[in-house]
Structures are given as structure tokens and as C-alpha cells.
Design a protein around this ligand. Sequence first.
Ligand code: HEC
Length: 151
Amino acid sequence: MGSFIRYLAVLTVIFILMQFIPSYEKKNPKTDKSKEIEAPKEVKAVFRRSCYDCHSNETRWPWYADVAPMKWVVRRDVEQGRKALNFSLWKEYPQKRREELKKRIFRSVNLAMPLPQYLWLHPDAKLTQKDKDIVQNWASDAKGYVDIPVR
Ligand code: HEC
């Protein structure tokens, strides 16, 4: 029993110390609404539901974004997600970058997005076949897009 208590105490201390390890800031930078992406309502609805938490400045932060070790994962995903693609800043992107991103979005809905660790806690964000069709239909006007058959 004594060693169990000691074990628990050590774990507790580690957990507390972990909270002091710095990670990315948790912030939603104020952004001019006029820079946000414009897309048909049904397309935007999919993005808002399944992508905006990591790909916009309107992240809905969960409580565990404040608790290590979960916060390391959440904050990193948002930081890197925004860097790769930020729907809140879409209109700042030069035309070329938008085209490129559209191609990548086209592919991402089949392959990788939303990330599995996110879907695990946000099952509603999972894309249905209809959602994928809506997004791909929108993205497919990008010049030279590749329709990779991976369904
Ligand atoms: C849990 C956070 C998260 C969610 C939700 C999410 N993404 Fe991502 N996404 C990322 C991260 C992180 C990266 C950067 C990955 C990297 O740099 O390797 C990324 C990268 C991307 C890229 C660039 C990948 C490439 O080919 O270069 C696209 C496009 C993308 N996401 C689209 C989407 C779309 C569309 C959705 C919604 C259907 C979505 N993402 C939802 C975290 C997320």
C-alpha cells in the first residue's frame, strides 16, 4: 500500500510539473471578417463544422486545451493547421496560393482531414460522402487539379 501511495504521489508531481512546460499560445487572433473565405453556403457549412477548429481564427477551444499533455497536441494542431490553411485569411492569399490550396483541399477530404485524433473527440466532424462531394465539387475548378480516385 505504501508503495502505491508513493507511486501516485510521483505521478501527481509529474503531472503538475508538466503543466509548466511551455506550449503554443491559445489564442484566436482578431481578424477582419472581410478576409474570410467566400463560398456557397453548403460548402462553408462543411468547413465550419469540420475544419474551422484548426483552419481558422475562430477555434472553439476545448477545456483540455489548457491541460498538459492534451494541450500540447491541440495547440500544435491549431498552430500548424492555421499555418497550412487559414480560412479566416483566405482573401489575403495570392490567387496562386488559393488555387494550390483548393487542390490540396480536394485531396485532403479523401485522405487525411479532419485529423483522426480530432475525429475521435468530435465524431460529428466526420465527413459524409455528401460532404466530400460538396467540397470536391467546389474545389474542382482549381486549375490543373488532380482527381485521385481513392474512395
Ligand atoms: C485537428 C485539427 C485539424 C482539423 C479539424 C482539420 N485539419 Fe487540416 N490540417 C491540420 C494540420 C495540423 C495540418 C498541417 C499538417 C502538416 O503540416 O503536415 C493540416 C493541413 C491541411 C491541408 C494542407 C495539406 C497539404 O496537402 O499540404 C489541407 C488542404 C487541410 N488541412 C484541409 C483540411 C480540411 C478541408 C479540413 C476539414 C474537412 C481539415 N483540414 C480539418 C489540422 C486539422
